[in-house]
Design a protein. Structure first.
Length: 251
């Protein structure tokens, strides 16, 4: 691995680290040399991942975090200690037609995906600015912030907002040597959705991807390591799409 992608000596916070992409990101960053702070609400899953990483010689600690709560975010950042990178990965989706979407479901999705990312980013940035310490924030957005599908209106809106928030914070915080970028994954196979991609409906969606295949979590590693490391030092306000060409497919 190039030294510019080496995260040795760096401390990285990953939100939503208890499963799926968050857990994968923690493994990827740890294998690149970072010490990892695992943050989520499911303490048992975090402890299991912490033990797994420890067996690989990766330094990790688990902390409780509910990104919808400002108090929880502040407490988690204090418990995390000095950080170099924050990966805003916590996110949820609720599938319902827009006409049937209750206010509480809208709030749950937007408060987690957008407001939660904002709270974590601002909290980390305040600490970096006060300490005159550089930092990197990687927001996990989605191609659904660029294109849309039905029955996930608040998810579409929250990810679009997160992409634009990324650009706004990048502009404001560049003076503090804080970089803010985003990754926009396409359809990625995880433990939560793997069964779906084997169904006729799942295959129909895969057939719309120019590369005719579903993404795997490791396909996001290059973008993640680029934005988290010194290799991406001149990048801020970027939104990197990793989708097998899905967003450039013909309408």
């Amino acid at each position: 691995m190039s030294k510019r992608f080496d995260l040795g000596g760096k401390a990285v916070l990953v939100t939503g680290a208890s499963s799926g992409l968050g857990a994968h990101f923690a493994r990827c960053l740890g294998e690149a040399g970072a010490s990892v702070v695992l943050a989520a609400r499911r303490a048992d899953r975090l402890q299991s991942l912490q033990a797994e990483l420890a067996k690989k010689g990766i330094q990790a600690k688990a902390i409780d975090l509910d990104v919808q709560s400002g108090e929880s975010v502040a407490a988690a950042l204090d418990a995390a200690g000095p950080l170099d990178v924050v990966v805003n990965n916590a996110g949820i989706s609720i599938v319902k037609p827009a006409l049937e979407m209750p206010e509480k479901d809208w709030d749950a999705v937007v408060d987690t995906n957008l407001r939660g990312a904002w709270l974590v980013a601002q909290g980390a940035a305040k600490r970096w600015a006060a300490d005159k310490r550089p930092g990197s924030i990687v927001n996990i957005a989605s191609i659904l912030g660029l294109r849309t599908i039905g029955q996930v209106a608040p998810y579409n809106a929250s990810k679009a907002g997160l992409i634009h928030l990324t650009r706004a914070l990048a502009m404001e915080w560049a003076r503090y040597r804080i970089r803010v970028n985003a990754i926009c994954p396409g359809y990625i196979e995880t433990e939560m959705n793997s069964a779906f991609w084997k169904t006729p409906g799942g295959q129909k969606l895969i057939d719309r991807i120019p590369q005719r295949r579903i993404g795997q979590p490791e396909h996001l590693d290059g973008a993640l390591l680029l934005l988290a490391s010194e290799a991406g030092d001149f990048m801020t306000g970027s939104a990197i799409t990793v989708d097998g060409g899905h967003t450039v497919n013909s309408l």
